[in-house]
Design a protein around this ligand. Structure first.
Ligand code: UGA
Length: 422
């Protein structure tokens, strides 16, 4: 018989985990304290944007049991995947209160295992293990990317499974769940598994800040960073991914995990210098866009600036740590009027950006604008009728914050075009 899976916390990670395991033929008992969410999911409603997820939930509804009753989950499954969020506290440490609430509700018995998907600082597993010596503990960090989470889950590069002596049965059971998906299984201890997650995200963020600094130097010397990244990326020791220069990384993971690793190091007395710079470069990168606008427009007081894309990256409506938040605040601080357009994130953005105007199409955002910033590289922006849009603007200035558009084509369409590092 196939292993039944328990999932605690059906946010983004929890729901992707539940739906994907269900699609592989497992019965899944997914629990959340939010009863309204449980009711929505039970009726097949998925309220956030993640390609392919709503379809999986509908298709495998028969195997997906949503509940707010932990006892029901415990009665039906021995593996409990903890998928609650660990947002940053004011100090930059990870807030573990939701994880601890889950732990408090679990029995300290030998029949169940807690499988930690939530991103937690190194050392969390051993402290939970001390508190609950009976319960088995497995660290199985999440490497999904928003916008391609379902595909990432079903075709992983690697799956990290960390367990300490005594808990091998649980690590074996988790391995058996993931093995059919392919991808290398990395069996290790709990502490190393926790570090693999934080170090991976911090390294990817470092790659982005690195290429962003190279882009800034390219602007000084007249080189093109997209060519530089292409040439660098072909060295397989470097690799071509995560070398796209732009206005910096955002989202719910990189900013939080880089600062959590920095804090974790600091708490144990180690000053992680490199990560300080990674964070600072990322902050400054968003602000450089303003200079590119003023170069063409002079003072921004009273100017109308359009933001194309508001979500932190395409194919998601997630606004957490989105560059658009800092940009709109900076633009308004300079006295500009801001109008924003995003194909899916409008609802998520409206509460966070109460003082900007929202347009319902790129054309509406650009009409009468003095300048535009491409913030999120939604594919629809590639195929716009740019010559017609340029004609509708008061002055056709565009800062392409993701190096997404073709500079020559944009110039031919009548734009003063500024990219990042090209
Ligand atoms: C990231 C990691 O890629 C996942 O492996 C990890 O599981 C996840 O965090 C997490 O910890 O939960 P995600 O935040 O969804 O995933 O998004 P990414 O696609 O990694 O992009 C992050 C940010 O970096 C975006 O703002 C993106 O625009 C930016 N980015 C990415 C660049 O500026 N340049 C690049 O070359 C790549």
């Amino acid at each position: 018989m196939r292993e039944t899976v328990g999932v605690v916390g059906v946010g983004w990670v929890g729901l992707v985990t539940a739906a994907c395991f269900a699609s592989r033929g497992h019965d899944v008992w997914a629990m959340d304290v939010d009863e309204a969410k449980v009711a929505e999911l039970s009726s097949g409603e998925v309220t956030f944007h993640e390609p392919g997820l709503a379809e999986l939930v509908t298709e495998h509804a028969r195997r997906l049991h949503f509940t707010s009753d932990m006892d029901e989950v415990l009665a039906n499954s021995r593996l409990l995947f903890c998928c609650v969020d660990t947002p940053p506290t004011y100090s930059g440490d990870a807030d573990l209160s939701r994880v601890m609430t889950v732990v408090e509700r679990l029995p300290d018995d030998a029949e169940h295992a807690l499988v930690m998907k939530s991103t937690v600082p190194s050392g969390t597993g051993s402290s939970i293990r001390r508190e609950m010596p009976g319960l088995a503990y497995v660290s199985c960090p999440e490497f999904l990317k928003e916008g391609s989470a379902v595909a990432d889950f079903l075709n992983p590069d690697r799956v990290v499974i960390g367990a300490d002596p005594g808990d091998e049965w649980a690590a074996d059971a988790v391995t058996a769940l993931y093995e059919p998906l392919g991808g290398e299984i990395v069996r290790t201890d709990v502490s190393s598994a926790e570090m693999i997650k934080l170090a991976s995200n911090a390294f990817l963020a470092t790659k982005i800040s690195f290429i962003n600094e190279i882009a800034n130097v390219c602007e000084e010397v007249g080189a093109d960073v997209t060519e530089v990244a292409r040439g660098m990326g072909l060295d397989e020791r470097i690799g071509g991914s995560f070398l796209k220069a732009g206005i910096g990384y955002g989202g719910s993971c990189f900013p939080k995990d880089v600062s959590a690793l920095k804090q974790l190091a600091g708490n144990s007395g180690y000053h992680f210098q490199l990560l300080n710079s990674v964070i600072e470069v990322n902050e400054l990168q968003k602000r450089r866009v303003i200079g590119k606008l003023t170069k063409h427009l002079g003072s921004l007081v009273g100017k109308r600036i359009a933001l194309l894309g508001l979500a932190f990256k395409p194919n998601t409506d997630d606004m957490r740590e989105a560059s658009s938040l800092v940009l709109s605040a900076r633009l308004q601080g300079e006295g500009a009027e801001v109008v924003g357009y995003d194909p899916v994130a409008k609802d998520a953005a409206s509460g966070l950006l109460p003082s900007i105007e929202f347009a319902s199409s790129p054309g509406e955002a650009l009409a009468g604008a003095d300048g535009a910033i491409l913030v999120t590289e939604w594919s629809e922006f590639a195929d716009l009728d740019w010559p017609a849009l340029a004609a509708e603007m008061t002055s056709a200035v565009i800062v392409d914050g993701r190096n997404f558009l073709d500079p020559e084509r944009m110039r031919a369409a009548g734009f003063a075009y500024e990219g990042v590092g090209r």
